[in-house]
Design a protein around this ligand. Structure first.
Ligand SMILES: *Cc1c(COP(=O)(O)O)cnc(C)c1O
Length: 355
């Protein structure tokens, strides 16, 4: 049985991505490849709504590597981070700071709940230099209000670093409009490419201070990456194949534009959520992202058992949760090359499995 992925990365890929993946790779220290990389930079900045003067670093690592790069390059050893922690990805920023010896304050958000801006406003954040947030906290499917956070950061003199790994191309995310200073993107989610490539689009305010901070990393040192990017190159061997797949995907995406892409994911999410009517499930997050729908069974069944049965009996791979949410929440992704009919198969299987 050919399985269909409703996971949160990797996701179902498009035919042109698969075709590109089957080809022999070129050598990459060439003018031709530099041009490909520079066009990827242009395409990504356009989709991110990056302000003039922004730059992109293309890193060969999973999304977490790029998260780590934003800590070890953007904060000097004595500066504090303010981290929104409403699930395992918010927790990850905390762990990265701990390992790096960066002091931080965590804004605790009950999993699935929205961030209470009044609570944030009333906090003592003196000494904090940058706010770190996952636009969509993928572990719960919750979407944070990035515009409100951008406004908060501007008023309070903080840099805003947004992990847009699951929200990019699924929810509206515009750096200039929302006041985002750095946006982290990864290949295996909304872009629907293989995992292994992560990008950080860095706005002018953060770029200006990069030179004053000694990066606490070599491979992830962003100054080195940005310097090589001036000529369309990377300091180390990049995931050449994924860059070529990114290039071909961006051609399509820049042609249709970020807005049309988000609208497609949003209408899939809406279709799926309307189809849940009558099923014994509750949408877990208060303010759901379009990227996925996190569901809590209301009839006593275990979320993990539902995941296992959908995979084994129907070849439909939804996303299980770990830790405390293992039996409480399973997630249905809306990213990548899936259509309404595919989500209808999930709905109809759920009706049988949850009977
Ligand atoms: C997927 C994801 C990541 C990255 O995870 P990796 O396994 O390192 O690629 C980071 N943040 C969010 C919000 C994600 O959804």
């Amino acid at each position: 049985m050919r399985e269909t992925l409703f996971t949160v990365g990797p996701v179902e890929m498009y035919p042109e991505t698969l075709e590109q993946g089957g080809k022999q790779l070129p050598y990459f220290r060439t003018d031709e490849f530099s041009l490909v990389v520079r066009e990827c930079d242009d395409g990504l900045r356009a989709l991110a709504g990056a302000p003039t003067g922004s730059r992109t670093a293309i890193l060969t690592c999973s999304g977490t590597g790029a998260m780590e790069a934003t800590v070890v390059n953007f904060l000097s050893g004595s500066e504090r981070a303010l981290i929104v922690r409403g699930g395992s990805f918010g927790e990850r920023f905390c762990e990265i700071c701990s390992d790096d010896g960066i002091p931080f304050d965590a804004v605790h958000v009950e999993p699935g709940r929205a961030l209470d801006m009044d609570h944030l406003e009333s906090r003592d954040i003196s000494g904090c230099k940058a706010l770190y947030v996952n636009a969509c906290e993928t572990s719960t499917g919750a979407l944070y209000d990035i515009s409100a956070l951008g406004d908060f950061c501007r008023r309070r003199g903080l840099f805003l670093v947004v992990d847009g790994i699951s929200a990019f191309l699924c929810d509206e995310l515009n750096m200039e409009k929302m006041g985002v200073d750095a946006l982290i993107v990864s290949s295996q989610k909304g872009l629907a490419l293989p995992p292994g490539l992560s990008m950080i689009v860095i706005g002018p305010r953060l770029l200006a201070r990069l030179h004053d901070i000694r990066p606490r990393a070599h491979y992830l040192g962003l100054q080195r990456h940005l310097k090589d990017m001036e000529r369309g190159q990377t300091p180390f061997t990049p995931a050449v194949g994924i860059i070529l797949q990114l290039h071909s995907r961006l051609e399509t995406l820049n042609h249709i534009g970020a807005y049309a892409c988000i609208r497609k994911v949003s209408s899939l999410a809406q279709h799926f959520r309307e189809g849940l009517n009558g099923l014994p499930v509750r949408i877990f997050p208060e303010r759901p992202s379009n990227a996925l729908t996190a569901l809590t069974p209301q009839n006593g069944s275990s979320a993990n058992d539902i995941y296992l049965r959908l995979k084994k009996e129907y070849g439909l791979v939804v996303t299980p949760n770990g830790g405390e949410l293992r039996d409480k929440v399973f997630r249905v992704g809306h990213m990548g090359n899936i259509r309404v009919q595919d989500l209808d198969r999930v709905l109809s299987a759920l009706r049988k499995v949850m009977k």
